[in-house]
Ligand binder design. Structure first.
Ligand SMILES: [Cu+2]
Length: 316
């Protein structure tokens, strides 16, 4: 530290103040104040909130990243403002800017710089990787064979089926009914099985901290445990065609008893429709209409010539 200070400070015997120590002190004080204020004032409000264990974990991760980023930001600003105030050419008594001691070849400065930045970056890398791995994989989709599974005694499976341009939800433990309403019980571990019937989509249940790609022919599993009653937003987060922006709805976390009642009532109400659905499966090939594995039947061209770019007149 002293070597760095010496390299930045003025020569012995001059009236110049010890700039490096001053900058260091200002930086430490401002960083501590900013971090404490951030932790107490902003921390509790960092998105996505506390509606589930994965949401809480995500909020804590964002808070930690910002607590580390703030001192870096403040370091740059403090140095810049200090230089503008102290070393501007119009300031009386400021010596000609002839350049200080060279950083090149200054082994201590180089070692401190490389060591500090390496430690910061590697620590964040380890922290981020561990946070992705612990408990439930941070609410992200883990593919068909999840590496990290929750230890909860009871787990409610819910299938998310995406298609242009809506989500529907299937409940395999309640007679496999399918509904556009996403209802979840509170204080329960949910095992989402996310898939698509057509193009790529992404199931992003924002306030419960779940985000998983919905790919055709693929069963993408994501876990979360609900912790709060309330409404959450579901958005498609993968550009999936013309009405992608309109592909959203709202899910709801309700009490366990309210959920049981809703699920059983819906199961009974939808039973005639459920009987016409394909059997529950983790992926579906929408070829019931003879499309031979594709979404559209072989005999039908999905694209009207009216919509073809360059067509001179509508198809008659
Ligand atoms: Cu979509």
């Amino acid at each position: 530290m002293s070597a760095v200070a010496d390299s930045v400070a003025a020569p012995e015997g001059s009236a110049e103040p010890h700039h490096f120590r001053r900058i260091l002190t200002i930086w430490i004080v401002l960083s501590v104040v900013a971090d404490v204020l951030f932790a107490f004032l902003v921390g509790p409000h960092v998105p996505p909130g506390r509606m589930s264990d994965t949401a809480t974990s995500d909020s804590v991760d964002f808070t930690v990243l910002l607590l580390i980023a703030l001192p870096v930001l403040i370091g740059v600003w403090v140095y810049m403002l200090y230089a503008i105030v102290m070393w501007r050419s119009t300031r009386p008594g400021v010596p000609e800017p002839v350049g200080g001691p060279a950083a090149r070849g200054n082994l201590r400065v180089q070692i401190i710089w490389i060591a500090t930045t390496t430690v910061v970056v590697l620590s964040l890398f380890v922290f981020g990787t561990v946070e992705l791995a612990v408990t439930t994989g941070s609410g992200g989709g883990q593919g068909p064979s999840p590496l990290w599974t929750p230890s909860s005694a009871t787990i409610l499976p819910v299938q998310v089926i995406a298609q242009q341009w809506r989500f529907t939800y299937r409940y395999p433990t309640f007679g496999n009914f399918e509904t556009p309403n996403l209802m979840l019980p509170d204080d329960t571990t949910i095992e989402f099985h996310v898939t698509s019937l057509d193009v790529i989509h992404d199931f992003w249940a924002y306030q419960i901290g779940v985000k998983a790609d919905a790919n055709p022919g693929s069963d993408n599993v994501a876990f979360t445990t609900t912790k709060q009653l309330g409404v959450f937003t579901v958005r498609c987060d993968e550009l999936c065609g013309l009405w992608h922006g309109a592909m959203y709805d709202y899910g709801k976390v309700v009490s366990k008893s309210a959920f049981e009642q809703w699920a059983k009532t819906t199961e009974t109400q939808l039973a005639p429709l459920t009987a016409t659905l394909p059997a529950f499966a983790y992926t579906y090939t929408p070829d019931a209409n003879g499309s031979d594995g594709g979404f559209y039947p072989d005999t039908k061209d999905p694209y009207s010539s009216v919509e073809t770019y360059g067509a001179t007149k509508p198809n008659s």
